[in-house]
Design a protein around this ligand. Sequence first.
Ligand SMILES: Nc1nc2c(ncn2[C@@H]2O[C@H](COP(=O)(O)OP(=O)(O)OP(=O)(O)O)[C@@H](O)[C@H]2O)c(=O)[nH]1
Length: 348
Amino acid sequence: MTSTVTATAKVPCTIVTGFLGAGKTSLLRHVLTNAEGRRLAVIVNEFGDVGIDGEILKGCGVAACPEDNIVELANGCLCCTVADDFIPALEGLLAKAEPPEHILIETSGLALPKPLVKAFNWPAIASRVTVDGVITVVDGAATAAGRFADDLEALARQRAADPSLEHDNPLEEVFEDQLLSADLVILNKADLLTGDDEARVRAEIAHTVPRAVKVVTTREGVVDPTVLLGLGAAAESDLDARPSHHDAEGEHDHDDFDTFVVEISEQGDAEAVIARLKAAAEAHDILRIKGFLAVAGKPLRLLVQGVGARFQQQFERPFRPGETRGGRLVVIGQKGFDRDAVTAAILG
Ligand SMILES: Nc1nc2c(ncn2[C@@H]2O[C@H](COP(=O)(O)OP(=O)(O)OP(=O)(O)O)[C@@H](O)[C@H]2O)c(=O)[nH]1
């Protein structure tokens, strides 16, 4: 990649959006480790204050993106805290002695990208940055399983009959809003797609996105960064082409979802905890669990990631001096799930 930034050019920013657990952090990790000398920065927003995504990205240890250039905004949802969090974070990066040549912004999995795109028109930053593109990462497996529509085929039939069809499934609204803003769609988790899944999911994406948007299928977000960066979309000047379910309301308030943190003491048997997490995710329709555990006799934290009832775990970094040897897990579900029952199921 070559640098295209001059003293007067706007710094290009790529917004990476996509539902909880779709593979946004995996994609960013791949971009950071394949930056080929381009000076990058990342703003990462996540729910809960456990800060897993920031840790994963800092763990890349890439010279092109030093830890200082990775800014974590854990305080709620980026699309609702633009003035307080996002603009100052962006200004901080631009004020650096060596400002980044390209800024990557990972939204939380429940964020609507459009308010964030709009923020690029704020006078404080409008002359200095532009949205190079909105990249929407889609969880192929979850979409194929009908996570975002009760019955994909029935929905497609209904839409064919009535294109203005509205629905009140909050998961589907977030999923669709994220697609409606896209300049490029990454159809991730190819390894979990079987039979005609990919064709069905591509058809669902094509139904949802009104514009001609390219869809690239990936595994673990592995795609050449030159495909992702340099789209030149200037999305902030093109808001009308990006309809949203929330256009009429301005801000949205995440009332449909519930997030909390479970503290869990050091554990002797990590496998038993993972089994309880899986059982809890299945029994309580949990959307996402992520965080870390302290395992007796192990100096490293065990990073735990669950998307629906599918879990992955790996040892990550050592506990730092002064850090309590205990675990913390962020749990995200739809409003109305029983926190006490979920906590009891996890703690056993
Ligand atoms: N099987 C499979 N798992 C994947 C793939 N990509 C990512 N994952 C796993 O899915 C989980 C979530 O991936 P992330 O990259 O953290 O997803 P995210 O969109 O950043 O998640 P949130 O920030 O919590 O919304 C992790 O356990 C990943 O290892 C893939 O292509 N195939």
